[in-house]
Design a protein around this ligand. Structure first.
Ligand code: PLP
Length: 397
């Protein structure tokens, strides 16, 4: 009989020659369970998605309730659908007054696309600034603002008039001028290997955008919904972006993204021409119901309260001669090692031992740590024990 794994390799499009090939039976809390019943601690949250854990009962209940009532009914923006309305209202209640208009889409990449279009449309300018080593998604527009030539070269020509500055380099902010439509950047760079910017840099960036009329787009697709210990990472900086991008964790495991801005910007998408962004499934009612339940759960279960304490526990426990540095904020961390071979082998050893870790798109010499916020201190201790054991094994060879 042909196995599921063989069929996966045969009929499902492959994204690399080295897929992990875990055969997932079910997921619960911080664990994935494979077809043989082996449990894996998911230390990457399905790539910064399962902030509230896998299959949180509140999210499941919300999904069930909404699926029984209605699923897709029309393209985004036409009908009044309670899950979209209530999720937007809840989101806005946690945001500053200037972030009051929520455009729901399907994914992070689509949120990036929508935001770039909105910035061009509102400012009437075409010049876009992004950062080296940035990642904002994989569609053509999002790829155009990706700061790594290796992944882009095969797809040129991409969007014109996109320019790259160094993340966290204040001198490069001089590049922002009166022809700039927007500056797009991650609140903390994720795929670059978790790079936390300086407060002064972010404040200077905000000032420069204000002076020139360039819109500041903050990508919080990885940092949002509690990952750094605040609901949104911009709260650490005391500034407010013009456009906020969300996805990944906001659906509690269901697919959804959003770009959020002041209504005065967002309204420019609605006429001359109308339908400035069109999406059939954007803001799917089941995903929005899941999103609302996720947000209520993060707040209601106080999930952000001990994120900082958990970060410190990781930092205290992850001490090893092979570890050059532990970077990041909250439960968004990178363990810097020396080579890709080391990262790859150590990650494989961890997975064999039931601990899922990974590396980063633009930084394959560091291990990614982004567990669900519900991970307990006991589980963190266990995870660090396994990681250190794997490092010992690698280095004793
Ligand atoms: N922006 C950031 C910072 C991301 O990390 C990602 C995905 O990893 C995206 C955008 C793209 O999101 P999606 O994969 O949902 O298109």
């Amino acid at each position: 009989m042909v196995s599921l794994r063989q069929l996966f390799l045969l009929n499902n499009a492959q994204t690399s020659s080295t897929p992990r090939l875990l055969e997932i039976d079910r997921a619960e809390g911080i664990y994935l369970v494979d077809l043989n019943g082996k449990r894996y601690m998911d230390l990457v949250s399905g790539f910064a998605v399962s902030n509230v854990g896998h299959c949180h009962p509140n999210v499941i209940q919300a999904v069930k309730n909404q699926a029984e009532r209605y699923m897709h009914v029309s393209v985004y923006g036409e009908y009044v659908q309670a899950p979209q309305v209530l999720f937007a209202e809840k989101l806005v209640s946690f945001l500053p007054p200037s972030l009051n208009s929520v455009y729901f889409v399907n994914s992070g990449a689509e949120a990036t696309e929508g935001a770039l279009k909105l910035a061009k449309r509102y400012t009437g300018r075409s010049r876009i600034l992004s950062c080296k080593n940035a990642y904002h998604g994989s569609t053509h527009g999002a790829l155009s603002v990706m700061g790594n030539e290796y992944y882009k070269q095969a797809y040129r020509p991409l969007l014109p008039d996109v320019h790259f500055i160094e993340y966290n380099n204040a001198a490069h902010l001089e590049t922002i001028d009166h022809t700039t439509a927007c500056v797009i950047l991650e609140a903390i760079q994720g795929e670059a290997g978790i790079r936390v910017p300086d407060l002064d840099y972010i404040k200077a960036l905000r000032r420069k955008c204000d002076e020139t009329g360039a819109l500041l787009i903050f990508d919080e697709i990885q940092t949002g919904f509690g990952r750094t210990g605040k609901l949104f990472a911009f709260e650490h900086y005391g500034i407010v972006p013009d456009i906020l991008l969300l996805a990944k964790g906001i659906g509690g495991g269901m697919p959804i993204g959003a770009f959020i801005s002041d209504r005065k910007f967002m309204d420019s998408l609605k006429d001359n021409p109308i339908l400035g962004h069109i999406t059939t499934f954007g803001g799917h009612p089941v995903s929005c119901a899941a999103g609302l339940a996720t947000l209520q759960t993060i707040i209601g279960e106080n999930m952000m309260a001990d994120v900082h304490t958990k970060e410190l526990l990781f930092r205290n426990l992850l001490v090893h001669t092979a570890i050059k540095e532990v970077r990041g904020k909250g439960l968004m961390l990178a363990i810097q090692l020396s080579s890709f071979q080391e990262v790859e082998t150590v990650s494989k050893l961890c997975v064999d031992k039931g601990l899922i870790v990974d590396w980063f798109l633009h930084c394959d010499t560091a291990i990614r740590i982004a567990p669900p916020l519900i991970t307990t201190e006991e589980e963190i201790k266990k995870a660090c024990e396994v990681l250190l054991q794997a490092l010992d094994e690698y280095h004793s060879k």
